[in-house]
Design a protein. Sequence first.
Length: 317
Amino acid sequence: MPATNLVVQIDPGPIPTLITSTPSFIKNFAASAVAIFPAHKVVFFDLIFITNLFQGDLGVSTYTKRPVLVDIKSYFPATFELVLMSVTLMILIGMPLGILSGKYKDTFIDNIARMISLLGVVTPSFLWAIILMLIFAFWMPLFPVSERFNEALDPPKIVTGLLLIDSLIEGDFIFFKDVLSHLFLPGLAIAMPAIGNVARLTRTNLSDIYDKQYIEFAKSYSFSEFKIATKYALKPASIPTVTIIGLDFALMLGNAFLVETVFVWPGMAKYGVEVILAKDLNGIVATALIITTFYLVINMIVDFVVLLLNPRISLKD
């Protein structure tokens, strides 16, 4: 924080200024920093910031000219709803893909599933955003490509900030369908790398489980393949998968930055890009704090879910 404060306040020009500067310029810059902001003043300013932070005061954004907390309340629900859509798609596509790949190991189905998984992992989300936009919005105009909903429709009364839930509470299924169509493409773009991770991990774990003796024992009792897969194989195979789902869920908030920019999504990630470009220190710190807190909370929830799935793990462990 001290170094960031100095750079932002002393050098308000373009961000690359210090990077492209000569050694003599950097030396003069350091001398100016010490003269204008002695160490004790920098520490004092940071103590004030931390004190205000614990009181819920994140300062005023120099970009929007509003309190940063108001900005977060305004932008975060849109990003959170988008991330929830991405997690849903990750589970609905990634796990069945991994189950098919593990059940039909080393077959044509397995090869196709592995190729899809590999493409998902190696291709970044923002590139998926452009590809999906070209396919499903321009070549086949099936989905909208910008904003959260059609502005010709009247939005529901804001209760949770999540438009899908608010439209259901109000019973407006036309608006619900419209919001869902707006969510699909950016949600899938963010989810694609995670879908690849989940599918690959599920395949690996399921393949190992199917080699276990108790699976052979279940087959000898003529249990159906569906019962063996869902009751005896999927639960132990899903424990590592749940962990990676939680990690990907937490990372999606940070991965949404460029995707929200591509789809002009009015969320916190797009807000984060804008405050970075505007060198709005309060907005940058608030965005980083939200992402960090979200990551920590999701990881704690995942630990408890794994505890429920695997009784051999105790709270003490």
